[in-house]
Design a protein around this ligand. Structure first.
Ligand code: THU
Length: 281
């Protein structure tokens, strides 16, 4: 293969969730037809010889602009959104991204997020002022609130990030402070804390704050979330958060912890059986 061919080639590893092979083939065929019909290029799916649930999604772009248009295409995004619900996607080669990096092209967050998305099913799984009172610390580490950082060192750091985020909880009404830290597929950790409201009903949980922050920063693929509260019993995400986490994060690994100990690890699928999501629309 010549280097110019290679520069217009994208290859992604697709690990399909057991039981979803037929769904995957339907989506892959729809994607292939769309790419061809809209003149973006050609798509093909190659099954791995040794892993029955593993496929290689190969895309031959007509040119870099076609790849960019394809990533921004709402019809394509509908298909890929469904794909992410049933498969873990790992980009292996991304010729389109190299082409897109032309200096005159302003960075397109959405396209970048698209090419950086790497998982689906297995990925399916803040801050603010602290309330008044004894829990408020005088020397809160605000660095984690203001920055994103890489966290590839395992669960401990994700839990630590959630503990730090919890310090920023605004929980003046319940006094129940929660911290969450989501790990995006590229390793970025995004934190959140619960933020309460005088009308009570507008309160938002730590998990949703973290997820919405992550989404608004352009992240679209996630692997884990840590949730921390100061309780002996584990504090699992509420029903509303489970739904949001499922829709945007898939079968996330959920690490529960309190201030000094881990309190168990779960998969979101187990906490939200029979979920409603885009597949049903
Ligand atoms: N809360 C969370 O932030 N996450 C959870 O997983 C459970 C509950 C918050 C919402 C509210 O501010 C307080 O905890 C009490 O329900």
């Amino acid at each position: 293969m010549s280097s110019s061919d290679r520069s217009r080639l994208s290859v992604a590893l697709v690990d399909v969730a057991a039981g979803h092979e037929a769904d995957f083939k339907t989506l892959a065929a729809a994607f292939e037809a769309l790419m061809f019909r809209k003149g973006y290029g050609r798509a093909e799916i190659v099954q791995d010889e040794t892993h029955p649930l593993r496929y290689y999604a190969v895309r031959h772009w007509n040119d870099a602009a076609s790849a960019a248009r394809c990533h921004g295409d709402a019809d394509v995004q509908t298909i890929t959104g469904r794909l992410y619900l049933i498969a873990r996607i790992t980009h292996v080669i991304n010729g389109a991204r190299r082409q897109d990096a032309a200096p005159s092209t302003p960075p397109d967050r959405r396209v970048r997020a698209e090419v950086d998305r790497r998982s689906g099913l297995d990925r399916r799984l803040g801050q603010g002022e602290g309330p008044p009172g004894p829990e408020r610390r005088s020397s809160v580490d605000r660095r984690t609130a203001a920055r994103r950082f890489r966290d590839r060192d395992g669960p401990a750091n994700l839990v630590a990030a959630a503990r730090r985020a919890r310090e920023h909880a605004s929980a003046a009404f319940s006094r129940f402070k929660v911290g969450a830290a989501i790990e995006a597929e590229d390793g970025t950790v995004i934190t959140g804390c619960n933020i309460e409201n005088a009308t009570y009903g507008l309160t938002i949980c730590a998990e949703r704050v973290a997820m919405f922050k992550a989404l608004s920063d352009g992240h679209r693929a996630f692997s884990r979330i840590a949730i921390v509260a100061d309780t002996d019993e584990p504090t699992p995400p509420c029903g509303a958060c489970r739904q949001i986490l499922w829709e945007f994060g898939g079968n996330l690994e959920i690490l529960l912890a309190n201030l000094d100990a881990d309190k168990g690890t779960h998969r979101l699928k187990d906490l939200l059986p029979l979920p409603f999501d885009a597949r049903l629309l």
